[in-house]
Design a protein around this ligand. Sequence first.
Ligand SMILES: [Zn+2]
Length: 112
Amino acid sequence: MANYSFQDPDIPDGLVIESGNFTQLFPRTEILKGKQLTISGGNFTNVKKQPGWTVEGGNWTQVSRCSHLHPHLVKEGLPACPVECSHMTVKDEIVLDGQVIDTIYEYKDMTV
Ligand SMILES: [Zn+2]
């Protein structure tokens, strides 16, 4: 299974893609534009389907990723989220004697 994550690979026109990782960083990223492809499987997370493609399978989830959950993706170009970003699902302040001594945050990738 080829791994083309975060790339726009130069693959031959007319190919039938049965597997491989083509996941992209941002939702609705356009790759392989202008190609006539048949796609029966593979990971196409955050890839925008193109008019010339016949899509019969694969994972086409569109997701906004949180850098708090994926710090390794910042070097790939994922913007570093602020502490209270749009992915924050829980903000829990730990109070001791009336003073906030810590804050617990939880984050979740958002399907878009
Ligand atoms: Zn975030």
